[in-house]
Ligand binder design. Structure first.
Ligand code: IPE
Ligand code: IPE
Ligand code: MG
Length: 247
């Protein structure tokens, strides 16, 4: 394999922090929720792009553990939007062979929303197309904590020894256990931070930040991020020479 081949490879797992909805709406003199609604449209486009470009898994940040601290009205509107979008989109996702998974602390949601989430996951669980993970009430620290708790429970009931715990076991206990590590993380909206998104899974991801606000993010922006990604040499701790020798 030539260097070019390796570098033009499509990422298998893309994660997106969909940021900038509020500012997008405010710039137009509208309420923040107007931006969230347009954010859903941008998400549809991103899903179509990911499917067409044979990306294996797409993980998007929809609502963080910290977003509960927003004004009550915005949180309420976001929950309603989440509920109605789940209702209106799931059949379409299913038709396109997409496997939907909601990652995060589900118990934080109303029982009606939890039920809707479980139904949506059940409907699409055997699909073989794009794996779409929507992170809702998700925090990277929460994920690592719940994984640790799962392993500690096994130690407590005697089925696991502390000395047996290794990285593979931790990986298996995390919410995205079956999915490869993130290759490319995109954040829109201009901030250069992770905001408690996937922490473990981003360990060796290429990070791409853009000032484009999420509702404006389209197929050409996504393609540009992939182009930047394909120009990177991923060394995983090795030297450039070693990486080239492997090709
Ligand atoms: C991201 O957009 C969506 C959520 C966090 C739910 P924001 O709502 O954070 O938009 P800005 O960053 O305030 O513009
Ligand atoms: C991160 O965006 C969470 C989501 C996109 C859902 P925020 O807008 O909440 O992030 P901070 O607070 O600016 O870091
Ligand atoms: Mg924001």
């Amino acid at each position: 394999m030539t260097i070019l081949n390796k570098q033009t490879k499509t990422p298998q797992h893309v994660a997106i922090i969909m940021d900038g909805n509020g500012r997008w709406a405010e710039k137009r003199g509208k309420h923040r929720v107007f931006g969230h609604k347009h954010g859903v449209k941008a998400l549809r486009k991103a899903i179509t792009f990911a499917t067409e470009n044979k990306i294996g898994a797409l993980t998007v940040f929809a609502f963080s553990s910290e977003n509960w601290q927003r004004p009550k009205q915005e949180v309420k509107m976001l929950m309603e939007l989440f509920f109605s979008v789940l209702g209106s989109e799931v059949k379409k996702l299913h038709k396109h062979g997409i496997k939907l998974k909601i990652i995060g602390e589900l118990t934080g949601f109303s029982s009606r929303l939890q039920k809707k989430v479980l139904e949506a996951e059940k409907l699409t669980e055997n699909n073989q197309g794009l794996i779409l993970n929507v992170a809702a009430n998700y925090g990277g620290r929460w994920d690592i904590t719940q994984a640790t708790r799962t392993l500690l429970e096994r130690v407590e009931n005697g089925t696991l020894k502390a000395s047996q715990v290794d990285e593979t076991m931790m990986q298996d206990a995390l919410t995205l256990s079956k999915i490869p590590q993130v290759d490319l993380m995109i954040r829109t909206g201009g901030e250069h931070r992770i905001s408690n998104f996937l922490l473990w899974q981003l360990a060796y991801a290429e990070l791409y930040f853009t000032d484009t606000l999420w509702p404006d993010f389209d197929a050409s922006d996504f393609q540009f991020a992939l182009d930047v990604f394909s120009g990177k040499e991923r060394r995983f701790g090795q030297t450039s020479e070693q990486v080239r020798d492997l090709d």
